[in-house]
Every structure is written in C-alpha cells, then in structure tokens.
Unconditional design. Sequence first.
Length: 152
Amino acid sequence: MPPLGYQGAPSISLLQLGSALAAISLAPNGAASTATVYVTRDGATFGKGASVGLPNIAPGPLNGLASTYGSDAVIVTSAAQLLKVTADAQFQPLVMSGIPSGMNSLGIQFRDDARGIANTTRTTCAEGKTGCSTLSTRYTTADGGAHWTPAP
C-alpha cells in the first residue's frame, strides 16, 4: 500500500462483466491518465487487455468509471466520450453529445446497452472561493450514450 499522499500509485476499480471480472487501472500519464483493463474468468488469473490514453481524465481515483453496459461491457467516462470496455478487454470509444463541458463531476449508470442516466454537478464561484453555487442536472440517453437530453 503506498504511503498517504503518494501521487504515483494507480487507482484500481472492479466491475462484473457477465461471467468475468474486470479490474481497470488508472495510472498517471503526465497531466492525463492511462487506463488498462485486466480480465479474469476464474478469479485467480488475470489477463492484461487493452490500454488507452484518457486525455480528459486527470490522474486520481476513477471518477468516471460508471457502470456495466449491457451484459458484457463496462463504461469509463471522460469529459467528451465514453469508453466501452468489453469482456475480452478491448476499448471502444463512443462519442457523446448533449452534456455540457465544464462539469465538476459526471456519474453515468446504464440499465442495458441503450438506456442510461447521467448525474452531473457544476460548481462556480463568483469571487475566488466565495459566492459559490452548485447546479446538479440529470440527463438521459436511449441510444447507448451517443445523445443525452436533460431529464424531465
């Protein structure tokens, strides 16, 4: 376990992928991050799959790792795209529109590979660290995350 305050350690998150388990590591890569997926079907042996650079996700906890996506994939999010990670450890970028840029946090959950909900938060401060306001908005998609609209 790295000592407290150690900035070079990767973050690791686990998600169920159908009959497999995916461990996704997010490691610092300059001002961005690199995600690498490892998959196990027996719980003892992990196979290293694909790696992908995430220019819109700063190093740190997997803020964008959201949910399963259909029966055999998970979603990693960045500010401008979704990354589908399949059970065979491959990444597929999915461009999304409708969620404004500049969000402080973005959490996405999918019911299946078409319908999903995104919860966003944006905090702005009028004078440095005072006069702040926070706006939380929920968006929905019915096409796998390509287009998002504000929830009613």
